[in-house]
Design a binder for this molecule. Structure first.
Ligand code: NAD
Length: 279
C-alpha cells in the first residue's frame, strides 16, 4: 500500500519539497534555523548559511540530516559579492542545483537619527537589502539556466525574502532597519514581476514579533512581553516555527499561483491594533 492510498482528499501525505535543494541564509539562529529545519522535514536538501557560529550551524545540519536528507553548513557574509557567488557555486556543484532561496539573514543597529552613524546605516542596508539582492541574483541565474523540471516543481525556482512588518510600519529609532525592509518589499515585487514569465516565483514573508535573539529585550521579561501584547491582537508572541511553516508553504507547489505577495505572519500586528477601541 502506498502512503497516499486511502488518504482523505486534501490531506498532504508526501513531503512537500521532496527532492528540492534549498539555501537558507542566516540559518544558525532564530527564524533561519527553524526554517532550515522545516525545509529539511519537508524533504528538501538544505545549505545552512552562517556568517559566525560554526558550531550552531553544524547542530542545525545534524538536526536536518536526521530526516534522511542532505545538509551542509557554509560560511559566507551575504553582503560580500564574492562570498555569495562562491556559496551558490558550491551548492550547484555539490547539490546539483538550487530550487529554493530563503534570503533570511538580517540584523539591527538601532539609534535615534541624530546619533546614527553612517556605519550603522550602511551595515544594515548592506546585510538586509544588498545581501538579499546578491543571493537573489545568483539564485536567479541558476533557475534560468536549469528551467522547470516538472518532476521536482511546477516553478523553475522560488525566492522567499524575509522582510518584516516594518516594511510598512514606521519604527522610530530604527530608520536603517525600516528603510532596509521597505527596500526589500519593492525589490521583491520588482523581481517577482521581472522573473514570473520565466516561472520563477518571488515572494516575501513579513514576520511580526517573533522570539529570537534579534529582539530579546522585547520579550525576555514578563513586563516587556505584556507591553508587547498592546501591539498583537492575537495575544501571543510568535515562534520561529510560525515563520518557518509559512516559508515551507510558499516554497511548495501548493502555492504555485502565489507570485509577488508579502505574507504577513504577525498575529495581526499590521491591523492597527491601537484602533481596536476608540480611534
Ligand atoms: P537572529 O539574530 O536570530 O538571526 C539572524 C541571522 O542572520 C543570524 O544567523 C546572523 O548570524 C545572520 N546574519 C547576520 N549578518 C549576516 C551576514 N552578513 N551574512 C550572513 N548571515 C548573517 O534574528 P531573526 O529574528 O531570526 O532574524 C531573521 C530575519 O527575520 C531577519 O531578516 C530579521 O530582520 C527578520 N525579522 C525578525 C523578526 C523577529 O521578531 N525576530 C521580525 C521581523 C523580521
Amino acid at each position: 500500500m502506498t502512503s497516499t492510498e486511502g488518504a482523505p482528499q486534501g490531506v498532504i501525505t508526501a513531503p512537500l519539497l521532496r527532492g528540492q535543494k534549498a539555501l537558507v541564509t542566516g540559518a544558525n539562529s532564530g527564524i533561519g534555523k527553524a526554517t532550515a529545519v522545516a525545509l529539511g522535514r519537508a524533504g528538501a536538501d538544505v545549505v545552512v548559511n552562517y556568517v559566525a557560529g560554526r558550531e550552531d550551524a553544524e547542530k542545525v545540519v545534524e538536526e536536518i540530516t536526521a530526516f534522511g536528507v542532505r545538509a551542509v553548513a557554509h560560511e559566507a557574509d551575504v553582503s560580500d559579492e564574492q562570498q555569495v557567488v562562491a556559496m551558490v557555486d558550491r551548492m550547484v556543484k555539490e547539490f546539483g542545483t538550487i530550487d529554493v532561496l530563503v534570503a533570511n539573514a538580517g540584523l539591527q543597529r538601532d539609534a535615534p537619527i541624530t546619533e546614527m552613524t553612517l556605519a550603522q546605516w550602511q551595515k544594515v542596508l548592506d546585510v538586509n537589502l544588498t545581501g538579499q539582492f546578491l543571493c537573489a541574483r545568483e539564485a536567479a541565474k541558476e533557475f534560468l539556466r536549469r528551467g522547470v523540471v516538472p518532476e521536482v516543481s511546477r516553478a523553475a525556482g522560488k525566492i522567499i525574502c524575509m522582510s518584516s512588518v516594518h516594511q510598512i510600519i514606521p519604527w522610530s529609532g530604527h530608520v536603517n532597519y525600516a528603510a532596509s525592509k521597505g527596500g526589500v518589499q519593492m525589490m521583491m515585487a520588482t523581481l517577482a514581476q521581472e522573473l514570473a514569465p520565466k516561472r520563477i516565483r518571488v515572494n516575501a514573508v513579513a514576520p511580526g514579533a517573533i522570539k529570537t535573539p534579534i529582539n530579546r529585550s522585547a520579550w525576555e521579561t514578563p513586563e516587556a512581553e505584556q507591553d508587547l501584547m498592546r501591539l498583537i491582537p492575537y495575544k501571543r508572541v510568535g515562534d520561529p516555527e510560525d515563520i518557518a511553516h509559512a516559508v515551507v508553504g510558499l516554497a511548495s507547489d501548493l502555492m504555485d499561483y502565489v507570485v509577488g505577495t508579502t505574507l504577513y505572519v504577525d498575529g495581526g500586528m499590521t491591523l492597527f491594533p491601537g484602533f481596536a477601541t476608540g480611534g
